[in-house]
Design a protein around this ligand. Structure first.
Ligand SMILES: [Zn+2]
Ligand SMILES: [Zn+2]
Length: 89
């Protein structure tokens, strides 16, 4: 028997079903049932993954703020797009 739920995401609020397998899985892992539809959960996961790989850094040349995949703690010289292209050009 599947459970009918409504997505708690404000921009979605669509009804979705939790299938038997998912219920079993949650019970087994002692997790609460998801409150968001699979689509929103997927989007959230993607967003998290992106955030984890982006760091706020400053361009080593023009000091402008930028996002980089290189951690702030890494001892690399990073350039913003503009400086990067100027540098290799
Ligand atoms: Zn949703
Ligand atoms: Zn720059």
């Amino acid at each position: 028997m599947s459970v009918q739920k409504t997505c708690i995401s404000p921009s979605c609020q669509k009804p979705f079903k939790i299938i038997d397998q998912e219920q079993d899985f949650c019970e087994h892992k002692q997790l609460s049932l998801p409150e968001e539809c699979p689509r929103c959960r997927h989007q959230k996961r993607m967003a998290l993954r992106n955030e984890r790989n982006l760091y706020a850094r400053m361009c080593n040349k023009c000091q402008s703020k930028m996002m980089s995949t290189i951690p702030t703690t890494a001892p690399y010289t990073v350039y913003c797009n503009k400086c990067y292209w100027e540098n290799i050009g």
